[in-house]
Design a binder for this molecule. Structure first.
Ligand code: FES
Length: 101
């Protein structure tokens, strides 16, 4: 199964293909808040994908629109409640712009 690793903490978990990044974070024990409940209406689940971005589900217009509001937007930005793990390993960094980090 693909392995998802969360930086800066290094929490990691193997998850089934199709798992949302935000659910992978929960499985790994990483703190990735989803304030809107995963309906693409906030940006608290924003992450930077440092490796394996090409294995994730495609960036759709709705996610792209919401991402434009994210603090620290980068080309490698995704929303954890929208991006799904594919067949390969992924490394994502949780931005340090929220309480607790
Ligand atoms: Fe709100 Fe992802 S949890 S946009």
């Amino acid at each position: 199964m693909p392995r998802v690793t969360f930086l800066p903490g290094g929490e990691t978990a193997e998850v089934a293909p199709g798992t949302l990044l935000i659910d992978a974070a929960e499985a790994a024990g990483a703190f990735l808040p989803g304030n809107c409940g995963g309906v693409c209406a906030c940006t608290t689940c924003h992450v930077w994908v440092e490796a394996g971005a090409e294995t994730l589900s495609a960036l759709l217009e709705r996610e792209d629109d919401k991402l434009s509001e994210a603090l620290g937007l980068r080309p490698e930005s995704r929303l954890g409640c929208q991006a799904r793990v594919g067949e390969g390993d992924v490394v994502v960094r949780i931005p340090g712009n929220r309480s607790g980090h």
